[in-house]
Design a protein around this ligand. Structure first.
Ligand SMILES: O=c1ccn([C@@H]2O[C@H](COP(=O)(O)OP(=O)(O)O[C@H]3OC[C@@H](O)[C@H](O)[C@H]3O)[C@@H](O)[C@H]2O)c(=O)[nH]1
Length: 449
């Protein structure tokens, strides 16, 4: 291996057009800019305004807007996954593929030493002839890739040698993975897109840590026969901006650790009946709650979908937000004691780094595995029981919340004890610094090769 000489170099970042991807790629860009590297960050022009506040080093990180071509079937002007329902993502990815010429021009013009990408499986075709190295950066758990996206043509769930019997899908949940064989772009399935991306890159990198996902990472490395660089969770410092006045005032009116906060990320939209059942479950707990969910299918506001009499019955102790809230700041508020989460990978890290008790209600593929990791392996939270058809009842939601919120509950004490242990390791500044320093050294060696 060549001796690594520390030097600053140029990097291009090209994440999938969704905020759940832009945000962690940008957090990683900030860490690399701190090491002195310069970065060109490719994204749809429309997303630039919404992301620039996360760019902590505008002198080193340039957000470079791409023009998103129109694809038949997409609403006019759609440029990110937030503009469309999940069912149209397969068309948005065609638009992404059709930015290839723009991406190639930027790469030829800015001459990076390294390109980070995820869904654009064709990217190494541009970089290889130019001698530029590539990293496939995954922002979902190693477990979810290891379970569903190994390069084994006879796909079984779990695949041969998969290193866990608890971080798995239950039999009736396996359909949550069926989407991977559906077309995701022109002539390519989701499975082919991701496995090609991972086969063709120089290095696979994952936003995770050995301490939590070591065995899944080792398994992936052996399946793809290539090095794995881990970045650690790469969460930003807790936001410096104060909590919105309205929430600060409202939360300030409750006892320490008494309020239950609930959010299901940036993409999930519940069926109306399930949304109503969830609200009734919160009502049943008798605890104060703050819910930040998108209006359910068919409703344009959350109020429109409230169960009858719900607002009057929970007045003064429960509130459903009309829009986006500052999740990390809310989780850090002293009155908040429990987080009911869908266990998206970002929320998973945020819950682990908080002092809140954790209740999990996964909605989609990788969230189910993240939940099993948290509830079955680490035993830091509890999962809400669902019926085989996927439905969760208000009673089961209430039961899960009370099992961690009731004083002297055995389960509550166990998950709190385990959670405190992990939280203390993860928030130790040396922990994240160790990952960033090692990652910076690894990429330096990669480009020097
Ligand atoms: O009201 C809100 C809701 C969410 N958020 C933030 O939005 C982010 C949501 O990210 P998550 O990764 O948890 O969830 P998303 O569902 O948006 O992500 C997506 O990419 C990651 C995958 O693991 C998920 O399965 C996928 O849905 C979190 O950082 C959270 O703090 C808010 O700040 N306010």
């Amino acid at each position: 291996m060549s001796e690594s000489k520390p030097s600053n170099f140029h990097i291009v970042m090209f994440p999938w057009f969704a905020f759940g991807h832009f945000t962690p790629f940008l957090h990683l860009s900030n860490k690399l800019a701190e090491k002195g590297h310069t970065i060109t960050f490719l994204l749809p022009a429309k997303a630039q305004k919404e992301l620039q506040h996360l760019n902590l080093h505008p002198n080193l990180i340039t957000l470079h807007p791409l023009t998103i071509p129109h694809v038949d079937g997409l609403p006019s002007g759609a440029a990110t996954a937030s503009d469309i329902p999940l069912s149209l993502d397969h068309l948005l990815v065609i638009a992404m593929d059709r930015t290839r010429d723009q991406v190639e021009l930027v790469i030829k013009h800015t001459k990076p030493k390294l390109v980070f990408y995820d869904f654009s499986y064709w990217l190494p075709e541009i970089t290889k002839p130019l001698g530029i190295k590539t990293i496939n950066y995954s922002i979902v758990s190693a477990a979810s890739i290891a379970l569903a996206l190994v390069p084994d043509p006879e796909l079984q769930v779990p695949p041969k040698g998969y290193p866990s019997t608890s971080v798995v899908m239950r039999r009736h949940e396996a359909r949550a993975l069926s989407f991977i064989s559906f077309p995701f772009g022109e002539g390519v399935s989701f499975y082919e897109r991701i496995t090609t991306s991972m086969k063709e890159c120089d290095v696979i990198s994952i936003r995770t840590c050995h301490e939590i996902e070591g065995k899944f990472c080792d398994y992936l490395g052996s399946q793809y026969n290539k090095p794995l660089f881990l970045t650690g969770p790469v969460l930003p410092e807790p936001a410096k901006t104060p909590l919105e006045d309205r929430w600060a005032k409202w939360l300030g009116g409750f006892q320490p650790s008494s309020v239950v906060y609930c959010a299901f990320g940036s993409q999930n939209i519940l069926e109306k009946e399930q949304f109503q059942e969830l609200l009734l479950g919160f009502e049943l707990t008798g605890l104060p709650f703050l819910i930040a969910l998108r209006p359910p299918i068919g409703a344009s506001t959350v109020e429109e979908a409230f169960p009858e009499g719900f607002e009057e019955r929970t007045k003064g102790r429960g509130v459903v937000s009309r829009g986006w809230v500052q999740q990390q700041t809310i989780l850090a508020h002293p009155s908040v004691g429990c987080f009911v989460s869908h266990c998206g990978f970002g929320s998973m890290w945020e819950s682990l780094m908080s002092d809140c008790q954790i209740v999990l209600v996964p909605q989609l593929g990788d969230q189910i595995l993240n939940t099993r990791l948290m509830a079955e392996e680490l035993k830091v939270g509890v999962e809400v029981e669902r019926e085989e058809n996927g439905w969760f009842s208000k009673e089961n939601l209430c039961k899960a919340i009370m099992s961690v919120m009731e004083k002297d509950s055995e389960v509550g004490n166990l998950v709190r004890k385990n959670h405190v242990k992990w939280k203390n390791s993860l928030v130790n500044p040396e922990f994240m610094k160790g990952y960033t320093d090692k990652f910076a050294k690894d990429i330096q060696e990669l480009v020097n090769k």
